[in-house]
Design a protein around this ligand. Structure first.
Ligand SMILES: Cc1cc2nc3c(=O)[nH]c(=O)nc-3n(C[C@H](O)[C@H](O)[C@H](O)COP(=O)(O)OP(=O)(O)OC[C@H]3O[C@@H](n4cnc5c(N)ncnc54)[C@H](O)[C@@H]3O)c2cc1C
Length: 409
């Protein structure tokens, strides 16, 4: 089977690349083993959290950082495309191009963010709290949302909080087994006609407050229920991220996938790329776990298989390696240098990844592979947590590589 581009990995980076290339008329295949980091999504995309203005933060990053390879001018151009791209997919994001705002974490602290899903509660860039008094609600028996942390965090910022738990009879079946009382199961239950009843329960506490805050447990497959719920609640309603799984993150994953398929892309879920055939400095074809000896051929390939978390990178006693093709990786030889003793310090292993040239071509045995690019968290040279740039690198490297590949009409 022959494609213009085959993308390995269907997380944020692979899907953004697939959508952009399909829009250019390319015939694309995405092969994806399974879950992605989006299932753990906070609701906010980070571009660079080192400063109030993300571009000021980006200007301080070293030459090894993927942003330095993309270059300041392209970063500015490509980052302007992110909000419209998600709008096209059906996801509304708030935030402006050149200023970070603050998101509220499940621990109740404020963290810088660049673009946030519209339904989440955020604090403006100046840090002035948008509410004087809020009701913080949980669903009775839901253990992955801690109202006491949220309220403590907000009260420390001068916001008066009242905390309540609401119960819905329809959730009682889930409550009988605490392992069933997870965000995704709640979202599957609280949908359709039940949204009106949920709004009525919320409205019991939606008076005499500036806003109601609740866990992000509505809207697994589309934002319809979220829009309906917000309309029916008497005060502004905002979501706060729960512990994983992330209902809005899973929705983003599904909507990106659906959009990719609508544009003509082929998405093979639950299959893994296991090997590739190289010839004359190029990758000719790949084979997958489920398709045995069938060869999938393409002019170009994008490796978007994620970091250790998604098995895009792996390690053993001999070191860190890229498990599909054995590509060159940037890492440290001495194992004791992979970690810092203080858990909260920047951990060196987090910046390990596949080695690339300035156009994100991968290398094998020191040789550049002409038609294989890497994008997203499989790349080396950045620190998603310390620099707050995880989603930014995933999206912008995908759009950048897509811009290098030809338009087919
Ligand atoms: C737990 C977690 C939470 C995060 N939360 C945020 C956040 O809230 N905001 C933010 O800005 N950043 C966040 N990040 C940073 C994150 O890296 C990016 O936001 C981004 O989602 C990563 O996307 P990706 O496509 O590069 O990789 P991934 O999301 O890891 O996707 C890689 C995909 O490749 C697939 N794959 C791997 N090997 C193969 C194979 N052999 N064959 C086929 N498929 C394969 C995997 O199954 C997976 O679906 C988070 C990171 C982690 C690890």
């Amino acid at each position: 089977m022959k494609f213009d581009t085959i993308i390995i990995g269907g997380g944020l980076s692979g899907l953004v690349a697939g959508i952009d290339l399909s829009r250019k008329g390319q015939k694309c295949l995405i092969v994806s083993s399974g879950q992605s980091a989006l299932h753990f999504f906070s609701g906010s995309f980070e571009l660079c959290s080192l400063a109030d203005n993300p571009y000021e933060g980006i200007a301080t990053l070293g030459a090894e950082h993927p942003y330095s390879k993309i270059g300041a001018e392209s970063i500015a151009d490509l980052s302007a495309k992110v909000k419209p791209l998600f709008k096209e997919v059906g996801i509304t994001l708030k935030g402006v191009k050149d200023a970070n705002h603050w998101r509220i974490t499940p621990m109740g602290v404020l963290k810088r963010a660049w673009l946030t899903m519209d339904e989440y509660g955020t604090v403006p860039a100046d840090g002035v709290m948008p509410w004087k008094k809020v009701a913080v609600l949980n669903i009775d028996g839901f253990l992955d949302f801690h109202t006491s942390y949220i309220a403590a965090g907000l009260e420390a910022k001068g916001v008066e909080c009242s905390v309540h738990a609401i119960s819905m009879p329809e959730l009682e079946r889930l409550r009988m087994n605490p392992t069933e009382m997870r965000s995704t199961n709640i979202a599957k239950t609280l949908t359709g006609d039940l949204i009106g009843a949920l709004a009525a329960r919320i409205n019991e506490y939606a008076h005499d407050v500036d806003a109601v805050l609740m866990p992000a447990v509505v809207g697994l497959t589309s934002s319809t229920d979220v829009v309906k719920l917000k309309e029916k609640v008497d005060r502004p309603l905002h979501f706060i991220a729960t512990l994983p799984p992330s209902v809005p993150g899973i929705r983003i994953q599904m909507m990106l996938k659906k959009h990719f398929q609508k544009l003509g892309g082929v998405y093979m879920l639950g299959d893994s790329v296991v090997s590739g055939e190289f010839e004359g400095g190029k990758l000719k074809s790949i084979k997958t776990n489920n398709h045995g000896d069938t060869e999938f051929k393409a002019d170009n390939f994008i490796l978007a298989s994620g970091s250790f978390f998604s098995k895009g990178l792996a390690s053993d006693i001999d070191g860190v390696y890229e498990p599909i093709f054995g590509l060159d990786v940037d890492s440290l030889d001495v194992r004791s240098e992979w970690y810092e003793r203080n858990l909260f310090d920047a951990q060196p292993y987090m910046s390990f990844g596949v080695a690339t040239d300035n156009e994100f071509h991968v290398k094998k045995n020191g040789e550049r592979i002409e038609n294989v690019y890497a994008t997203g968290s499989v790349l080396s040279g950045f620190h998603p947590m310390k620099q707050g740039c995880g989603a930014g690198v995933s999206i912008l490297s995908a759009l950048y590589v897509s811009s290098l590949l030809k338009t087919i009409r």
